[in-house]
Design a protein around this ligand. Structure first.
Ligand code: FES
Ligand code: FES
Length: 157
């Protein structure tokens, strides 16, 4: 056991924990952030995405030791932001979420994309989301929702 500390949705967390524990398990089991989903557990589906210092990580592949001192945002924290509302409204308008299992990861990856590239091409959107699997929507609705946000063009990310 080691003492590990990081910031979760703006609040400092200190844990005595095996440093090799998956961040996914720390978030879901220890800290009850169940908006972080486990799909594949192998870095293939993106359901477990979280922001670490503003960059999307697959938490299933990230040992908790790697986030020491860093700022983690899960969908629970992100949903308090105006950027979440913009993305979630666009997803609703375009039917970009059905069962919802992939949606937290999709939204966080959409945010990470738009923050760095507010006017992505369709190809850039598809590449940015290529690590996020969705079994329901066929992807087109998700891509259209993100392009619609980009087209509005007046959003500060
Ligand atoms: S559960 Fe982490 S990428 Fe699938
Ligand atoms: S909405 Fe069901 S997996 Fe994407």
């Amino acid at each position: 056991m080691e003492k590990i500390s990081f910031y979760l949705n703006g609040k400092q967390v200190k844990l005595a924990i095996d440093p090799s524990t998956r961040l996914l398990d720390v978030l879901r089991i220890r800290l009850h952030m169940t908006g972080v989903k486990e799909g594949c557990g192998e870095g293939e589906c993106g359901a477990c995405s979280v922001l670490v210092d503003g960059v999307c990580y697959n938490s299933c592949l990230t040992p908790v030791a790697n986030v020491m001192g860093k700022h983690i945002v899960t969908i629970e924290g992100f949903r308090t932001t105006k950027q979440y509302r913009i993305i979630a409204d666009a997803f609703a308008d375009f039917g970009a979420s059905q069962c919802g299992f992939c949606t937290p990861g999709m939204i966080l990856n959409a945010y990470a994309l738009l923050k760095n590239n507010p006017h992505p091409s369709e190809e850039e959107v598809r590449i940015a989301l290529s690590g996020n699997l969705c079994r329901c929507t066929g992807y087109n609705a998700i891509v259209k929702a993100i392009l619609e946000i980009a087209e509005k063009g007046d959003i500060v990310w």
